[in-house]
Write a protein that binds this ligand. Structure first.
Ligand code: SF4
Length: 490
């Protein structure tokens, strides 16, 4: 059943948008993304989160977010900035594109977003949450942060004042005006280049290639840390020629030292007629990129593969070992020098901040409950949502289940009184079969299966479990009617 844009509580309140002009006929034109939507009174743009109210452009999603989640920086396809760093991921609602194979369609396509997924945060709350957990990177991610422009700018500026680094993970179909404002406050851009074929963009993403290239080059020239990802979609953009065009552009427009990630696709949304990207096509893409001059090329969404590690180009020592979303930078020193041959490598290393001292009250062992979450097939990670109903701060611990590291603590999560928080946990070794979450009574734990990185799951594992371990839930069940909900000229 299609959702009506007016029936959700999250769509009621709106706040002033940036980057628009009014027109004599009462319509407004938005300049945030290159769609330049012209929007009539009472209607929304293509993204469905920017609306014309009373002849002014307003945003529906300021401060409205999916649950904030602690992850590792590798989740965002950032491998050369503080490997293994913990980040605070923030995602919102809507998107300026509509990719047929979107892995986050449940939140990126606003028509599917229901109130139970939406949380409200102020910039101060986001920054405070990072500081009290000792996290010094905030990641703007998931659906696409472009359409969250005003909240990203406000929060990122405040975060900077507190020494926090901002990471932006995006398809970057954005106007140059928007990119210019972002480059003032964002430190790391992890940008997703879908293809070098303009027809691919038009047909499968409803975006355009040229503005993406222009904005990416712009933030790179502004001296920001840039890494590029290319989701390799089975039978759509997975040939050697596709890989070569992407690699050539990165080498010539950015730098041979810009990390390039070829990322494995899983069937999702409207693109379920093919299987996951065959590993040999990803390996071929990587070889083509290396032959084209790319110095650091990685495979994403694959476990147990040599192309997930970083090697010293001088002595070939492994400087960062990765397993899934876990990074162990044991071959790099604090100055990003290879510990074997002392060569300086293009990694940015930042010091780990100290977490605030929280008034945690531990409880005796007989008041700790255990929640087991097992890996299955391609599900090798989970969001653990922790709800502290108690009126004192508590500690939740996540331990390895099975294998040689059974019982080892892999995450300690402080949780303030009467609050909720999510953390990602993942398969961390070759032989572990899952995790056990140890939580005091009064603290509720819900697990959400994560299919691949940068995927925000919306259904608890109990609801999502099916016979299949190769397609995530929920499944897209049809094309909702969009008539009357949005009225954009694009
Ligand atoms: S899609 Fe949204 S962000 Fe892009 S121009 Fe239209 S209203 Fe603005």
């Amino acid at each position: 059943m299609p959702l009506d844009l007016r029936t959700n509580e999250w769509q009621q309140e709106s706040s002033a948008a940036k980057l628009w002009t009014s027109r004599p006929d009462g319509t407004v034109q938005c300049h945030l993304s290159p769609r330049n939507c012209v929007i009539k009174e009472g209607r929304a743009g293509f993204c469905r989160v920017r609306v014309n109210r009373g002849g002014e452009l307003q945003t529906l999603n300021y401060g409205k977010s999916v649950a904030m989640t602690e992850e590792s920086i590798e989740t965002e396809a950032v491998y050369h900035f503080s490997p293994g760093a913990r980040i605070l991921s923030m995602g919102n609602i809507g998107c300026m594109m509509n990719c047929d194979y979107c892995h986050n369609w449940k939140t990126s396509q606003a028509v599917h977003v229901t109130d139970d997924t939406v949380h409200k945060y102020t910039p101060e709350q986001v920054v405070e949450s990072a500081l009290e957990r000792g996290i010094n990177v905030i990641s703007w991610t998931y659906n696409d942060p472009v359409v969250w422009h005003e909240f990203v700018l406000d929060t990122a500026s405040l975060a900077r004042e507190h020494g926090i680094i901002n990471l932006y993970k995006s398809a970057f179909f954005i106007s140059l005006e928007g990119a210019t404002e972002l480059a003032d406050v964002i430190d790391i851009f992890s940008l997703s280049l879908k293809s070098m074929d303009p027809a691919f963009y038009r047909r499968l993403t409803k975006g355009r290639l040229e503005p993406v290239l222009e904005a990416t080059e712009y933030v790179f020239r502004r001296g920001r840390h840039v890494e590029v990802s290319n989701l390799v979609v089975t039978d759509a953009n997975d040939t050697a020629e596709d890989a070569q065009k992407v690699a050539e552009w990165v080498v010539n427009a950015l730098s041979p030292e810009t990390p390039l990630h070829f990322v494995r696709f899983h069937p999702d949304y409207k693109y379920t007629q093919v299987g996951r990207t065959p590993i040999d096509r990803l390996e071929r893409a990587r070889q083509v990129a290396l032959d084209t001059g790319i110095k650091y090329c990685y495979l994403g969404n694959v476990y147990d593969h040599p192309a997930t590690h970083s090697y010293c180009p001088n002595c070939n020592a492994k400087v960062v070992e990765r397993y899934g979303l876990v990074a162990r930078p044991t071959g790099l020193d604090e100055e990003a020098r290879c510990r074997s041959c002392q060569t300086k490598l293009p990694f940015v290393m930042v010091q780990k901040p100290k977490a605030a001292e929280l008034p945690i009250q531990e409880v005796p062992a007989d008041r700790i409950k255990e929640r087991q979450q097992l890996w299955r097939g391609d599900v090798k990670a989970a969001h653990v949502e922790i709800d502290n109903h108690d009126d004192v701060a508590r500690m939740v611990r996540v331990v390895v289940d099975g294998g040689g590291h059974d019982g080892e603590v892999i995450r300690e999560v402080p949780i303030m009184a009467k609050s909720r928080f999510r953390v990602i946990v993942c398969k961390s070794f070759g032989d572990d079969r899952g995790v056990r979450v140890l939580a005091p009574e009064g603290v509720e734990v819900t697990c959400y299966e994560v299919f691949d990185r940068a995927h925000f799951p919306t259904l608890p594992a109990e609801t999502a479990v099916t016979e299949s371990d190769s397609v995530p839930l929920p499944l897209f069940v049809g094309m909702p009617s969009t008539r009357g909900a949005a009225d954009a000229e694009v």
